[in-house]
Design a binder for this molecule. Structure first.
Ligand code: ADP
Ligand code: MG
Length: 348
């Protein structure tokens, strides 16, 4: 076997983590084309299109056993989710998704009918978001299933929003509510454990419809991008919440070179998420901060635009941007100040 795998002097991937590894790749990349406006480092790459528009491109990979479990994920839902989470990254640039490419690798454990189910979900998402499936790739694999989706979109040049534009005193705003997808996953994992123990017991999913939908059928907030146009809202920075609020606000603050204060009591959490978290003896705020997979939008907005979003049911102001020296803090309900730390995704 190659030394690269064995030598004790080499660095384990776990030492760098996902973000460290991406930074390392990023630092060794050269840009050769002037049409490449923004490469690695935001929710989507930005490419010159014409006088009015930029093209946006983003890709994500979903691996069976890591990102999804087919014991409790219907293939149709999986197809829908694979598309929605990619479109979410286009929306996070304030853009509109237009096309997707879908690549799949499947083992011979799957039937034609199973792949048809997967594509029913993919095409349902295409219909819902009015995007065109224009290509992809197909391969076999020794074990399991891998799905990779690439999304292409566009944004008016003057409307593009990066992660790096947050300014001191800007409001921090989230759409929808947080933590639901994580609690949905906890319910599914619990029922899986019960099932594996005794396959005769029917799963008990009652009263969990909202959080199960949040986990199994997330939506990209394209409606919010349309709402921004209607209300003439131009966020100063934006990211979609795939890894949890903590990780995403740290991305915005790091790239914008600012600090932040987030107020625990302001974080929008659905009552069903809250109740189930309590039942599972999990702190509901932890679900929102570190749970992930909610695919809501997190953005910052100049204070002068507050009137445009106040009383809007989709928007919640959860804090504000501070000077860089102040770092990132969560102010708890009892008034104590906690540094916000990266959690995010820890697959390594
Ligand atoms: P998101 O959570 O929004 O999908 P990621 O954290 O996956 O974003 O990726 C952050 C940035 O790093 C993106 O610009 C993405 O294109 C880039 N990136 C991730 N993995 C790689 C890789 N293996 N090679 C090059 N760029 C990558
Ligand atoms: Mg993203």
């Amino acid at each position: 076997m190659s030394d690269l795998f064995q030598n004790k002097n080499f660095t384990p991937l776990s030492e760098l983590g996902e973000f460290g590894l991406i930074e390392k790749i990023q630092s060794s990349v050269q840009i050769y084309n002037s049409e490449t406006i923004k490469g690695i480092g935001d929710d989507a790459a930005v490419i010159e299109k014409n006088d009015t528009y930029y093209t946006l491109v983003s890709t994500d990979i979903l691996i069976e056993g890591i990102h999804f479990d087919l014991i409790y994920t219907p293939l149709k839902h999986l197809g829908y989710k694979a598309v929605a989470v990619n479109l979410s990254d286009i929306c996070a640039m304030n853009g509109f998704p237009k096309q997707i490419l879908v690549s799949i690798a499947v083992s011979n454990r799957f039937t034609v009918e199973a792949i048809e189910e997967l594509y029913k979900g993919i095409l349902l998402a295409c219909d819902k978001y009015k995007v065109d499936l224009v290509g992809g790739d197909t391969s076999t694999i020794h074990k399991g299933m891998v799905i990779s989706v690439t999304a292409i979109g566009e944004v008016e040049k003057e409307k593009i929003v990066y992660r790096n534009g947050a300014k001191e005193k800007d409001l921090i705003v989230v759409t929808g509510d947080l933590g639901g997808a994580y609690m949905g996953l906890q319910i599914l994992e619990r029922e899986k454990a019960v099932f594996l123990e005794n396959p005769k017991i029917q799963p008990d999913l009652e009263g969990n419809d909202y959080i199960l939908e949040r986990q199994l059928k997330p939506e990209a907030r394209k409606d919010i991008i349309e709402e921004f146009r209607r209300l003439e809202i131009q966020p100063s920075s934006m990211i979609d919440i795939s890894d949890g609020l903590a990780s995403e606000i740290l991305h915005i603050c790091k790239q914008s070179n600012v600090g932040c204060e987030i107020y625990e009591e302001k974080i929008p959490i659905d009552p069903q998420t809250y109740d189930r978290a309590r039942q599972f003896i999990i702190d509901p705020t932890t679900c929102a901060m570190n749970g992930g997979e909610d695919y809501e939008l997190l953005f910052t907005l100049p204070l002068k635009d507050y009137d445009k979003i106040k009383n809007h049911p989709d928007f919640t102001v959860i804090g504000y941007i501070t000077e860089p020296a102040k770092k990132c803090h969560l102010i708890t309900k009892s008034g104590t100040v906690h540094p916000i730390t990266a959690q995010g995704w820890k697959h390594f």
